[in-house]
Write a protein that binds this ligand. Structure first.
Ligand code: UDX
Length: 431
């Protein structure tokens, strides 16, 4: 098949690369010439394991092409919209990018009698948006153009985006057009996972429900960790035991400094905003957001009340491991607040240093070596659970630090080990 993907962020580029790898011809549209030129050279512009290799392989095979114009739309059987839907000040999803792109797609659709185009939104959009996309397209094309819209939400996680796409738990296809559904089912044939065919609204809501549920699980774990800290109970033991109940499970229940990233915070806010418009009581979801911010504040309070000096190192800046993404990362909040309290900070992260530097510039120090970061410091703060921190040489850490104090926002180490090594060790939900 011939496809066009508008947008080359995590969702757009991963989708394009995976479908090109299956043998399809894929055109990717962007609007920044410099970025498009980099992509043409095989630079994915973001750090995502395996993405560079799959991109370069398909560039070489001439199955993926990067464009600034929309001419490929008229040759495509499917056009995916994968542009950002960032939160507005009031939490509502900003759909201006999606609508702008829809108009451009409309103006470039094939007018041939025998050509049918599926326009499918991969971006996370509130219920009803695909209907609006359909209206925009109808308003900008002659009547005889054959097209249908379909919602095909994406569930990939950053850091494991390619394998999540290839081994999806499910593929959701929502449309009122049988033909569009057939075409999308054919495209997704090589992808593992149950195919759920449904209507547009259900498909749109499935995505928000999934992200709201994931955010709820994290906030629930953090909520129980507050009880553990007040009572001396151990959160990991509590969750391990509770998680053995098959109805509950243990996955996505790690307590810590809260959820961040480009999806969970934004999508929960957007669902709250949709709920308010529909006159639904959204206090449940508001509590999920409140607990998330409480988790960050509690952790900060731990540092402010227990530090033994103001010269600290921070390990881990990305909102999660295996990415350079710092959107809504808990590290941004913690750094900002520590700076307000006159701390001197030296930070280390495998991938996210440059992105953090763009925000904090020379207000903090940056290092490419985790051991260098902690040398002569009054303590270490851990904010992202990169694998490289799990089995560090803790004796070396102890000897490099001026004060053996660790604030661990991801519960990486055993309390008993840390005690034995003589650390003052503060983690989440464990005394
Ligand atoms: C999420 C969804 O998982 C994915 O399906 C959707 O398509 C996009 O949004 P992503 O934002 O990449 O993916 O990361 P995810 O792994 O879900 O983690 C989100 C945040 O929650 C991270 O900050 C992570 O540290 C935090 N988290 C996750 C926890 O604090 N505890 C957990 O148990 C799990």
């Amino acid at each position: 098949m011939t496809l066009t993907v508008v947008g080359h962020g995590y969702v757009g580029l991963v989708t394009a690369c995976v479908f090109a790898d299956f043998g399809n011809t894929v055109y990717v549209i962007g609007r920044n010439e410099k970025k498009i030129n980099e992509l043409r050279k095989g630079n994915p512009l973001i750090y995502e394991p395996g993405l560079k290799e799959i991109l370069q392989r398909n560039l070489q095979a001439k199955r993926i092409f990067f464009r600034l114009d929309y001419t490929s739309v008229s040759q495509s059987e499917i056009v995916f919209i994968a542009v950002g839907t960032p939160p507005k000040e009031n939490g509502e999803a900003d759909l201006s990018g999606v609508f702008e792109v829809s108009e451009k797609i409309a103006k470039n659709l094939s007018k041939k009698n025998d050509h049918f185009t599926v326009i499918s939104c991969k971006s996370t959009v509130p219920v009803g948006t695909n209907k609006q996309i359909e209206k925009i397209i109808k308003n900008h094309t002659p009547k005889r153009v054959n097209f249908a819209v379909a919602s095909c939400p994406e569930f990939l996680r950053e850091g494991s985006a390619i394998s999540d796409t290839l081994n999806a738990d499910r593929v959701v296809i929502g449309s009122e057009s049988k033909k569009a559904i057939e075409i999308l089912l054919e495209l997704h044939k090589p992808i593992e996972g149950k195919k759920i065919v449904t209507d547009l609204s259900s498909a749109e809501l499935i995505k928000y429900t999934a992200n709201a549920m994931l955010a709820t699980k994290v906030s629930f774990a953090n909520f129980i960790s507050f009880f553990c800290e007040k009572t001396g109970a151990d959160i990991e033991t509590v969750l391990d035991a509770v998680g053995l109940d098959k109805r509950i499970g243990r996955v996505f229940m790690s307590p810590g400094v809260g959820f961040g990233g480009s999806c969970l915070p934004k999508d929960v806010m957007a669902l709250i905003s949709t709920g308010k418009k529909l006159n639904i009581d959204v206090s449940f979801l508001e509590a999920v957001v409140k607990i998330n911010s409480q988790a960050k504040k509690n952790f900060l309070k731990k540092i402010l009340s227990n530090h033994q000096g103001k010269n600290l190192a921070i390990w881990g800046l990305a909102f999660k491991p295996n990415t350079d993404d710092i959107r809504f990362a808990p590290s941004l909040f913690i750094i900002e607040k520590l700076l307000e309290n006159d701390f001197q900070l030296t930070v280390y992260d495998q991938q996210a240093l440059l992105n953090v530097k763009k925000i904090f510039k020379d207000k903090i120090r940056y290092t490419k070596d985790p051991y260098q970061a902690i040398k002569e410091k009054d303590g270490l703060v851990i904010l992202t659970e990169w694998n490289e921190f799990r089995q560090v040489d803790l004796n070396r850490v102890r000897s490099l630090l001026k004060k053996p104090v660790i604030f661990d926002g991801r519960n990486l180490y055993q309390i008993s080990t840390m005690k034995k090594l003589g650390f003052y060790y503060y983690s989440v939900g464990r005394s």
